[in-house]
Write a protein that binds this ligand. Sequence first.
Ligand SMILES: [Cu+2]
Length: 170
Amino acid sequence: MQSISPLRRAALHGFAAALLGFGLVASAFAAGVRIEDAWIRWLPAGLPAGGYGKVVNDTGKEVRIVGASSPDYGEVMLHRSVNQNGVMKMIHVDAIPVAAHGSMAFAPGGYHIMLMQPKAGVEPGAKVPVTLKLADGESLTAEFEVRKPTASGPATDKGGDMGGMKGMQH
Ligand SMILES: [Cu+2]
């Protein structure tokens, strides 16, 4: 009996898919680059939100973040807030280097992931995946915790809700 029953075939299929999924996850982390303390400062009325976190590069070579995307937002860009003559402005950035054995922070008032056109269900308490694209073709995905407009850090950060209205700009 050489034929494979449909049930067994389905099981094999699932196994292969699981292996493939594992492979994708493994390759994303094999690079030794990760995102920590990922969170989003949600704003009401479908306003663009800032995505923050720390990108840690444990490899021996510099990596460059060249883009971002999320299935939960229509458009995602890399931005940096800069102070120009006392006025905070956001500028689009094409690439953000992360030094070998170094890190960079997406943080309010600096580099941030600009998340536009939120889809239904994106609200405080939700977790949404955001993927950063690296110049070498690899990508990094992390679950970003969606937080209230008054938050200044991830929920795990004890000072997370102490920010008040200060630093409301992205
Ligand atoms: Cu921005």
